[in-house]
Structure formats: C-alpha cells, structure tokens
Design a protein around this ligand. Structure first.
Ligand code: UDP
Length: 323
C-alpha cells in the first residue's frame, strides 16, 4: 500500500488517481487545510489527519502495511511564506520531521518528496542542473531545502531512501476534467489567466515587465501535472526496486514568459484578456528553466504533454466544469 500525504490537494489528488490507475492500493492522509475531500478518488482509503499529529499518524502506520510514502502535504505559496514564515516552518519542516519519525519507528524506508525549483533562488544560469547552487530567496524554498537536508541525514543514519523531485511550474488538469488546480485564494498564473478569460476577473495583472527577458516578463518552465505525477510513479518504482536516494528536476526544459502565457490562453479560449502592469512580486527570479536530463536518463521520464496549448486546454476544461 502507498501512503499519499496531502492527497486531497492539486498535485496529490492527481497522484492518487494515477497510482490507482496503475493498480496500487492507496491510503490518503490530508488535514483538508488547503485540499478538498471531493478531490480524493473514491477508490482510496482516506484519513483526515494532520501529519504533525504523531499519535494519529503512528496509529495509521500500525494499522496498514505501508510500502512507501509520497509526501505532498505542505504549504506552498511564496508570498504567504514571506509574511508568515512560522506557518511554513511548522507545517512543512515540523510536519515532515514528524512523518519521518513515524516512518523510522515503523520501519518504512522509502519516500518520494515534493521539492521545488524555489530551492535554487536566483539561478546563476539556465537551464538549471540539480548540482547548481541552492540559495532560496523565500521561506517556502528554505523549508523545502531544509527537508531535503533532513532526508539526506536520515538516509545516512536510518537508511530511509528518498527521491526528492524539484518541481518547476506545475499546471493543467487530468484529462477526465474531474480534478484540477483549485487554490483559495488562487495565486498561480495559468488558473488566474483562465479565470480572467472566463470573465470571473476583469483584468490580468502582470507582476513586472522590466525583467531581464526578451519581453520584460518572467519566464517559467510549465509542466503538465499528469507528466509530473508520472515521474513520481517512476521514482516510487525506482525506490521499490531498492535504488539509492536522489534528487531530480521536473520540468520540460522550455520557458514561456508571462505575456506568452496570456497570449496563448487568449488564443486557446478564444477570448480577449485585458491586462494591467503591476509592480514586481517579491522574490520572483527573471527566468527559471529546468534541465530535465537527469530525470529523463535515470528515471526514464518520458513527458507526454509537453505542449503549452494542451496544458492550457486541460486546465480550461476543468475550470469550465467546476468553477
Ligand atoms: N504572475 C503574474 N500575475 C499573476 C500571477 C503570477 O504576473 O497574477 C507571474 C509571477 O510573477 C511569475 C509567474 O507569473 O513570474 C508564475 O507565477 P506563479 O505564481 O504561477 O508560479 P511561481 O513561479 O511563483 O511558482
């Protein structure tokens, strides 16, 4: 059985569905602080538990035969982390520490961990390789980097094997359009542009058009959530086959500017999107693009949806259905 922590969230719920489709038995733990119960596939077992609650967590570990853990449970809004670092250190670092203690006590020795490109901070070069310098520019990235370091020492001391996956910008929705990206409040670019296209907001605000890029707006590497989750299943299978611990970037190695995203959403949804230029958001680097070669070579990661229009279309189909 695979334990998915944070299985009611955007990425976690896609992982639950895809694991079940691959015939894994799935157990979900989520405190529903940012996730939604309706996101959890009905074929999975669900416990409404907070990973910081050792007793409850330990009970679950004792009740079920868990083979490995996929750990998505975290707060992940950069601006919020700057305003409330305590919340991020408590939920992300303490929560993960508690989960790892439980794993150690119950001899569960495999974990796939959700990390982020935010660990790199302002990269000195793009595309970014896993061995490049990690100097986060916000508490969110710091907490994820702290957990990666905890994982390294827990492997060294307790033999807990981990694969840490550093996500670039995740977007899109499952092809069923039954699950998708729902944050409250929404802060991410693609869902916000889609909401503007659907007339739920009047303007799309571009946070800065004076970055050092070809059109002045930030460039990011957008990866479809289904591809991202496929990479998690490959990582899980590698760990189940007794691999060593490792760290991988997950992106396509291709960047799009904020303006390009707005243009493509406008094209795909056939709508006119009104835009206003706002000041820069704190801590946004000019360009983040992954070098995904390590995942491609080691994990045999084969992206299927490396197509911006498809990413937008799949997100749009879900939004039209649910919002
Ligand atoms: N962005 C923007 N307007 C918005 C939301 C985001 O211009 O309303 C920009 C943001 O500054 C960044 C890019 O879009 O350069 C992607 O932001 P997002 O929050 O989606 O992901 P992040 O890169 O922070 O993980």
């Amino acid at each position: 059985m695979i334990l998915v922590c944070g299985g009611a969230g955007y990425i976690g719920s896609h992982a639950v569905k895809q694991l079940l489709d691959c015939n894994y038995k799935v157990l979900v733990i989520d405190n529903l602080s940012t996730g939604y119960k309706e996101n959890i596939d009905s074929r999975a077992l669900f416990y409404n538990v907070d990973i910081r609650d050792f007793k409850e967590l330990d009970n679950i570990f004792k009740m079920h035969k868990i083979d490995a853990v996929l750990h998505f449970a975290a707060n992940s809004i950069v601006s919020e982390s700057v305003k409330d670092p305590y919340k991020y250190y408590e939920n992300n670092v303490l929560g993960s520490l508690n989960l790892l203690k439980c794993m150690k006590n119950n001899n569960i020795l495999k974990i796939v961990f959700s990390s982020t490109a935010a660990v790199y901070g302002n990269p000195k070069r793009v595309p970014i390789e896993e061995t490049d310098e990690t100097i986060p520019t916000n508490p969110y990235g710091e907490t994820k980097l702290a957990i990666e370091k905890i994982l390294k020492w827990f492997d060294n001391a307790y033999n807990i094997k981990y694969i840490s996956l550093r996500y670039f910008n995740v977007a899109g929705a499952d092809k069923s359009a039954n699950i998708g990206e729902m944050h409250n409040p929404e802060t991410h670019l693609i869902p916000l542009v889609i909401k503007t296209a659907l007339g739920e907001r009047e303007y799309m605000y571009i946070f800065g058009d004076d970055y050092n890029t070809f059109d002045g707006t930030c460039i990011r590497d957008y990866i479809h959530v289904t591809d991202l989750v496929d990479a998690h299943i490959l990582a899980l299978e590698k760990l189940l086959n007794n691999s060593e611990s490792n760290i991988y970037n997950l992106g396509y190695g291709e960047g799009f500017s904020v303006k390009q995203i707005i243009e493509r959403v406008s094209y795909v949804t056939n709508s006119n999107i009104k835009v206003k230029i706002e000041k820069r958001r704190d801590g946004d680097p000019d360009i983040l693009i992954a070098n995904p070669n390590k995942a491609i070579n080691d994990l045999r990661f084969k992206p299927k949806y490396n197509d911006l229009d498809y990413i937008i279309k799949s997100a749009f189909n879900w939004h039209k259905k649910f919002i």
